[in-house]
Write a protein that binds this ligand. Structure first.
Ligand SMILES: Nc1ncnc2c1ncn2[C@@H]1O[C@H](COP(=O)(O)OP(=O)(O)O)[C@@H](O)[C@H]1O
Ligand SMILES: N[C@@H](CCOP(=O)(O)O)C(=O)O
Length: 318
């Protein structure tokens, strides 16, 4: 579920009246997602997504995230633009919480991508990297490898082993990788969470890239590594799908060829990408009671991918 807050009908109507988007017709809570509350809003002028920021997002970061959506959308990327209110503001507050009205994009998230779809996702990712080149604001990656290493170490070996006996070893690998991390790869504003549920597709076409709320200044090859780890496996991380990974990298390179040092770094970047999700999933696992309404995501699905990238090396990307 992802509607954490009840919005009274009169609050909703007053909010929509602040925008030049016609009259409110209906608003339905959207079940997908875990971080924010989302509603599909219909007005006499069309459909919109209303997002209420609930967890992990600092209001001070909203101008960056929402400005980025507008920047990428203006440059032809399939990214929803922000609807600004009559006073020009990109976000407002309702009952003390920040909310934004976002363009609705068509499409569905695929569960079992084909190579053609993965190719299109790779190309769309590379286009956002190029289109973000003249986006001036910067934002550090709060979930970089040093953070993952600290977060896992902070859980303590006993708590990690209680989830799975293999987790303490993953924490040690994170500490090692934080020391070996490449620092000089070309950077851009990166999505850093481009999982299948953050991509909307119609057939082989990417119609929407959403949920830019982890976007930050990062190595572009790291963003490709995150996307590879998110797309080129089954959900449990047990089966690598080489045809998906290959198509993804080919699609990326059809728009932005990788430099030799970026290609060479991919296996290590992919291990770091896995550890970013091992760390956040482990923290959530410990913080969320087993009977909570939100389904906990399994950190071990990314420990398996981590070990795959360790042993496969460069062959994971061929
Ligand atoms: N711009 C959009 N156009 C169409 N659907 C959207 C849009 N933004 C979000 N959604 C829908 O809302 C769901 C949750 O959005 P998401 O941003 O992933 O939430 P969360 O940040 O909580 O994970 C998505 O899976 C999608 O179905
Ligand atoms: N993609 C991450 C979770 C991030 O949550 P999101 O719903 O905001 O994309 C994971 O799979 O661990």
């Amino acid at each position: 579920m992802a509607v954490y807050t009840h919005l009274a009908a009169e609050d909703l109507a007053a909010l929509i009246a602040a925008y030049d988007v016609g009259e409110l017709v209906s608003a339905k809570g959207i079940a997908e997602g875990v971080s924010n509350s989302n509603w599909l809003v219909e007005t006499t002028a069309g459909r919109f997504i209303l997002t209420m920021y609930e967890r992990r997002i600092e209001t001070s970061d909203l101008p960056f995230f929402l400005g980025l959506l507008d920047h990428l959308s203006e440059r032809g990327c399939p990214v929803p633009r922000t609807i600004h209110d009559r006073g020009g503001a990109a976000f407002r507050h309702v009952n003390g919480k920040a909310v934004a009205l976002i363009e609705f994009l068509p499409g569905v998230s695929v569960d079992h991508p084909t190579p053609e779809q993965a190719r299109a996702v790779g190309a769309a990712l590379a286009k956002t990297h190029l289109a973000a080149a003249d986006f001036i604001p910067a934002r550090a990656n709060a979930l970089d490898i040093s953070h993952s290493a600290r977060a896992l170490a902070g859980c303590g070996d006993d708590a990690l082993a209680a989830i799975d006996p293999a987790l303490p070893e993953a924490a040690r690998i994170a500490g090692q990788l934080a020391n070996d991390w490449p620092r000089d790869l070309p950077e851009a504003i990166c999505h850093t969470d481009l999982f299948p549920d953050n991509v909307l597709m119609l057939g082989d076409r990417v119609t929407g890239m959403i949920d830019f709320y982890f976007a930050c200044t990062e190595a572009m090859a790291y963003d490709l590594a995150v996307t590879h780890a998110a797309w080129a496996f089954d959900l449990a991380g047990e089966r690598h799908a080489p045809e998906i990974g290959t198509a993804l990298v080919e699609g990326y390179q059809s728009v932005r060829p990788l430099a030799a040092e970026e290609r060479a770094a991919l296996p290590l970047l992919a291990q770091g990408a896995c550890l970013r999700f091992v760390a956040s999933r482990t923290e959530d696992w410990i913080a969320t009671p087993a009977d909570a309404l939100v389904t906990r995501k399994d950190p071990m699905a990314f420990v398996r991918r981590l070990h795959f990238y360790e042993s496969a090396g460069q062959t994971a990307f061929e």
